[in-house]
Design a protein around this ligand. Structure first.
Ligand code: FES
Length: 497
């Protein structure tokens, strides 16, 4: 079947062209019942929930739904334009969820639904005969692994597979895993993730697909583990990467390429992010008839805050340790993006002050928000993380000699950026306030950049699609930047910056 398949529970399966919204597939009667503003995104009557294949939230979605609701898949049907096969359920009026300016404090839930199973091939009937040539792109993350089977000609995502990285049993972070590797577990670390990728590729092969290429984006450590490269030099000062060029290998007998890294701290996942961000920057510039701004900021926040400032002729990149705060670790029951919004709200209600201290009334007890206890240490954990990220941004701007008003776009990548309320992020000083209106969530740039890389690579395997980035980039090790510590300490307060 041509187009993107949309299964609407209780209604049937529909085929959508790229760019069409979900509301448009319904009968006129149904559209009328759900549509209170002619699809202008102002009434909120067309709320739906994506059970699978949710598109990126739009700015309008963010007005109507809390980060938790967005994470659960809630979107406005009039603005939801799926990029892949999906399953949608409509919501009855009385079930509609908390709206607009309320802070939604939801309980325990994973950052992403991680089923560890094939999605659309099981839930939506697809046949390889409906698709042209395919490739697989892989985001090989420290915490999660995401794989997509993509049609090369159109970029259509045929299937997505997500799972937790099985290396987690050796430790949550790369430092612990490197210690395990150096202690003799390097083979186990490599094999558990090799089996994971191999198994999923084989399922696609079994379903009749024959991907011609696999492109993998991982941080330097993940790339080393998979390819069984010694991590000794990565694990000790001065933290040098012995190998950064792209790696060509095969998985399940399919040609496979790991994106080149840029330094020990700035890996192939950021090379992919930069490819995706530069493409977006180019598109926006051409939309604006060449009047784009001079600089763009790319920010990917997870356990590490990876940041790059992109200019025409030069790119400055760095990574800063944000700790667990942005990956749900500040409070195990509350994802990091929600914590940012909670803290901004507590600030505006004077329940905490700008130094992050709870007011007397809550000093000992903390504050319970929708059943989740927010303690002093939760606030501290976010303060530490946001100070590191803000200081990292400032170091790059200072190094490049760039003012905030010269930055035209801020691309927020990854799951955290996907759900982040930017106003709250600026309110607590995670991002410079002058950049608030310039910020856009760009989703999983490891996957998007891997696809860009793969499309160019298959045309000419002898040239490196990331060569221009590698030529322009200057990687900055914050541990060697004298001003970083001062900027970091100054950024600890919860003030607009
Ligand atoms: S129809 Fe009104 S918000 Fe979608």
């Amino acid at each position: 079947m041509e187009g993107i398949q949309v299964v609407i529970k209780g209604e049937g399966t529909f085929s959508l062209k790229r760019g069409e919204n979900v509301l448009s597939v319904l009968s006129e009667d149904k559209q009328e019942a759900m549509n209170g503003c002619a699809g202008n995104g102002t009434c909120g009557k067309c709320a739906v929930r994506f059970i699978m294949g949710a598109p990126l939230p739009t700015a309008t979605d963010r007005k109507f739904f809390s980060p938790s609701a967005l994470r659960e898949g809630y979107r406005l049907a009039c603005s939801a334009r799926p990029q892949q096969n999906c399953i949608v359920e409509f919501i009855f009026e009385e079930e509609k969820i908390e709206i607009v300016d309320q802070v939604a404090f939801k309980g325990e839930e994973p950052e992403e639904p991680l089923g560890g199973q094939m999605n659309s091939l099981v839930m939506v009937r697809v046949s390889p005969a409906d698709y042209g040539d395919t490739m697989v792109v892989v985001d090989l993350g420290t915490t999660t692994i995401v794989m997509q089977l993509v049609e090369i000609e159109t970029g259509r995502v045929i299937d997505t597979y997500k799972t937790l990285n099985p290396q987690r049993r050796f430790g949550a972070d790369v430092v612990t895993r490197m210690q395990k590797a150096l202690g003799g577990d390097e083979q186990l670390l490599a094999e558990c993730v090799q089996y994971c990728l191999d198994g999923e590729i084989n399922k696609w092969l079994y379903a009749g697909f024959s991907p011609e290429l696999i492109v993998v984006a991982g941080n330097t450590c993940m790339t080393y583990f998979y390819n069984e490269i010694d991590v000794t030099e990565l694990s000790k000062a001065p933290f040098e990467a012995t190998r950064l060029g792209r790696i060509e290998t095969d998985i399940a007998h399919i040609r496979t390429v790991f994106l080149p890294g840029l330094s020990a701290f700035v890996g192939g996942d950021i090379t992919a992010g930069l490819l995706a961000a530069i493409r977006k920057r180019r598109e926006e510039k051409s939309d604006a008839k060449g009047k784009g701004g001079k600089f763009s900021l790319f920010v990917d926040l997870g356990t590490n805050g990876e940041i790059a400032l992109i200019g025409e002729d030069k790119i400055w990149a760095t990574a800063t340790s944000a700790g667990p705060a942005f990956e749900g670790g500040a409070n195990a029951n509350t994802p990091g993006s929600d914590m940012v919004k909670i803290i901004a709200t507590l600030l505006s209600k004077n329940m905490i002050d700008e130094t992050g201290l709870f007011s007397e009334e809550f000093f000992n007890s903390g504050v319970t928000v929708d059943g989740v206890l927010i303690r002093q240490e939760d606030v501290r954990s976010v303060q530490v993380a946001k100070a590191a990220v803000y200081a990292g941004i400032r170091v790059l701007m200072d190094r490049a000699g760039v003012r905030a008003d010269q930055i035209e776009h801020v691309y927020l990548a990854g799951g955290f950026g996907y759900y982040l309320d930017v106003e709250s992020a600026c309110r607590i000083g995670l991002l410079p306030a002058q950049l608030e209106d310039k910020t856009v969530a760009v989703g999983n740039t490891s996957l998007a950049g891997s696809l860009d890389y793969g499309l160019q690579y298959r045309k000419n395997p002898f040239s490196d699609p990331a060569a221009d980035i590698i030529k322009k980039v200057e990687c900055i090790n914050l541990a060697q930047v004298y001003e970083f510590e001062k900027l970091y300490i100054d950024a600890m307060n919860l003030t607009k910056a």
